[in-house]
Design a binder for this molecule. Structure first.
Ligand code: PLP
Length: 485
C-alpha cells in the first residue's frame, strides 16, 4: 500500500476546488478594508476538487469500520447502524434547531426527548430517565452521585462501593471520582459474583454494589435478585452497568431484578456509530426513591405543552450543557421505533445466538477459562497458542490481514490473554463464518508457522507498531521527521 501524503504535500500554489466567473459588477472589496480579513492564509493547502475527494477517500480506507467489515470488539457492541437513523437525525428540523431556541419553537424536540425517556424507562423497568450524560462513564458517575445525594441527605453518604473483579475499568473510576473507596469482590469459578463473599463484604458502610449484567464474561448474573436483597437489607443501592443491554433488550428488565439505578449506552445498544470518539449518550435510569436527585432540567408536560422544570431542590444539578447529545438521542429513538418491541427482542435473541455460534465453533481451537453458558459475548484466551509463543496481541494483529477487526484484548482482567468476542446481531452467518475460518487458520499457523502470526499484520497500511511509541510519540508530520534524520 502506498503511503498517503499529507494534504500539505499535495498542495500546489493556485490550485482551487472551485471556479467562479469573472466579476461583472464593481468590486466592493474596500468595504472590508477595516475588518481583519486576510487575502491568503500562509501555508494553507491549495488543492483541486478531485485531489480533496481522493485524499480523504484514501484516508478513510486506512481504518477499519463497521461499514467495511466484521467488528467483534467485545463489550463495545459494534453493531451495524442502520442508515435510517442517520437520515432522521440529519433532518433540518432536528439538526438545525438551536439548543437555546425558545421552547415554543422546539416542542417537537422536547417530545422526542420525553418519548425516548419514557421508552427507555419501559424497556428497563425503571421509573425515570435522564438523557443528559454523554457516555457510559459519565452515566456511572451520575448514578453514583444520585446514591451519594440520597444517602448524604439522610446523614451518612457512606464510604465504600463494591465492584466485582471482572468490571469495566470505568466502574471503579466513577465510584472513586464520586468520593468512594472501591472494594473488589472476587468472582467465583463460574465467573459470577459469589453470594457469600458479597454478604461478607456488605456492611452499613457500603453505599452501593456496582454490577454489570450480563457481566463482562457474557455470563448472566442469575442471582441478581438475591444480591439486591443482601445489599438492600443493609440500606445500600444496586447500580447496574447497562452497557451489555444488547443481551437483554426486550427479553427482561433490570428494574424487575431490583436494580435501583442503571446507565445505558445509546451508542452501543441503541445504534449510534462509535469508536471514533464521536458523541455518545449514557442515559441514567432510576427508581422512584432516586428520582428527585436526577440532573436538571426535567422535561415535563402541562396542558399539552412541554417545558423544562428547573425547580427540583434535591437534584444533583446540571451535568451537560442544554439537554445532552440531542442527535444521538434522535438516532436511538429512530432505532427503537423502527424495530418496535418485537424487533428489539429479536436483537437480543440473535446477538446471543450469534455469540454462541462463534463460541461453539471455536471452543476447540481457543481456550475458554469459564465453561458457564454465555449470552451476547464470550471470552476466549490465547492459552493454547501461548505454548508456541503466540500471544493474544499476535492473534489480534493477524486478524487485520483477513480484513477483520480484532476482538477486545486483555479484558476482563480475570482472563489472562483474553480475546473478548462480541459479534452482535447484525452479522450474517457468512460473516461469522469468515471470522471463524480466519481464527481457525491463525490457530493452525500458531502451531505450524508461528512467525507469520508474530510478525503480523502484513497487509495493513502500517505494519506492527511499537504500542507505546505509537501512543506517546506519534509521527504526525512525516516529512519533517524524515528531514531531521
Ligand atoms: C463501554 C462500557 C462502559 C463505558 O461506556 P462509555 O460510553 O465508553 O463511557 C462501561 N462499562 C462497560 C461494561 C462497557 O462495555
Amino acid at each position: 500500500m502506498i503511503r498517503e501524503p499529507l494534504i500539505f504535500e499535495i498542495s500546489g500554489k493556485g490550485k482551487r476546488a472551485f471556479s467562479l466567473p469573472e466579476l461583472d459588477v464593481p468590486s466592493k472589496k474596500d468595504l472590508l478594508r477595516n475588518l481583519p480579513v486576510r487575502d491568503e492564509i500562509e501555508g494553507f493547502p491549495q488543492v483541486s476538487e478531485v485531489e480533496i475527494v481522493r485524499h480523504f477517500t484514501r484516508l478513510s480506507q486506512t481504518n477499519h469500520c463497521i461499514d467495511v467489515g466484521f467488528y467483534p470488539l467485545g463489550s463495545c457492541t459494534m453493531k451495524y447502524n442502520p442508515k435510517i437513523n442517520e437520515k432522521i437525525a440529519s433532518l433540518l428540523e432536528f439538526n438545525s434547531s438551536h439548543p437555546a431556541a425558545p421552547l415554543d419553537l422546539v416542542q417537537g424536540n422536547l417530545e422526542v426527548l420525553k418519548t425516548t425517556e419514557e421508552l427507555l424507562a419501559e424497556l428497563t423497568g425503571m421509573d425515570a430517565f435522564s438523557l443528559q450524560p454523554s457516555a457510559g462513564a459519565q452515566g456511572e458517575l451520575v448514578g453514583m452521585m444520585l446514591i451519594r445525594a440520597y444517602l448524604g441527605e439522610r446523614g451518612n453518604p457512606r464510604k465504600i462501593v463494591l465492584i466485582p473483579d471482572s468490571a469495566h475499568g470505568t466502574n471503579p473510576s466513577s465510584a472513586h471520582l464520586c468520593g468512594y473507596r472501591v472494594q473488589e469482590i472476587r468472582s467465583n469459578k463460574k465467573g459470577t459474583i459469589d453470594l457469600k463473599s458479597l454478604a461478607q463484604n456488605m456492611t452499613e458502610e457500603v453505599a452501593a454494589l456496582m454490577i454489570t449484567n450480563p457481566n463482562t464474561l457474557g455470563v448472566f448474573e442469575a442471582d441478581i435478585k438475591k444480591m439486591a436483597e443482601i445489599v438492600h437489607s443493609k440500606g445500600g443501592f444496586v447500580y447496574m452497568d447497562g452497557a451489555n443491554m444488547n443481551a437483554l433488550i426486550g427479553v427482561c428488565r433490570p428494574g424487575d431484578m431490583d436494580v435501583d439505578v442503571i446507565h445505558l449506552n445509546l451508542h452501543k445498544t441503541f445504534s449510534t456509530p462509535h469508536g471514533g470518539g464521536g458523541p455518545g449518550s449514557g442515559p441514567v435510569g432510576a427508581k422512584r426513591m432516586l428520582k428527585p436527585y436526577l440532573p436538571l432540567p426535567i422535561i415535563e408536560r402541562k396542558e399539552g405543552k412541554y417545558f423544562l422544570n428547573f425547580d427540583q431542590p434535591k437534584s444533583i444539578g446540571k451535568v451537560h450543557s442544554f439537554y445532552g447529545n440531542f442527535l444521538v438521542i434522535v438516532k436511538a429513538l429512530a432505532y427503537i421505533l423502527s424495530l418496535g418491541y418485537e424487533g428489539l427482542k429479536e436483537v437480543a435473541e440473535i446477538a446471543v445466538l450469534n455469540s454462541n455460534y462463534v463460541r461453539k465453533s471455536l471452543e476447540r481451537e481457543y481456550y475458554l477459562k469459564y465453561k458457564t453458558p454465555t449470552l451476547h459475548e464470550c471470552v476466549f484466551s490465547d492459552k493454547f497458542q501461548r505454548e508456541n509463543g503466540v500471544g493474544n496481541i499476535d492473534i489480534a494483529k493477524r486478524l487485520i490481514d483477513f480484513g477483520l477487526h480484532p476482538p477486545t484484548m486483555s479484558f476482563p482482567l480475570i482472563v489472562r490473554g483474553a480475546l473478548m468476542t462480541e459479534p452482535t446481531e447484525t452479522e450474517s452467518k457468512r460473516d461469522l463464518d469468515l471470522f471463524i475460518d480466519a481464527m481457525k487458520q491463525i490457530s493452525k499457523e500458531a502451531k505450524e508457522n508461528p512467525e507469520v502470526v508474530r510478525s503480523a499484520p502484513h497487509t495493513s497500511y502500517v505494519r506492527r507498531l511499537d504500542e507505546t511509541t505509537a501512543a506517546r510519540d506519534p509521527v504526525l508530520r512525516w516529512k519533517e521527521k524524515k528531514k531531521i534524520k
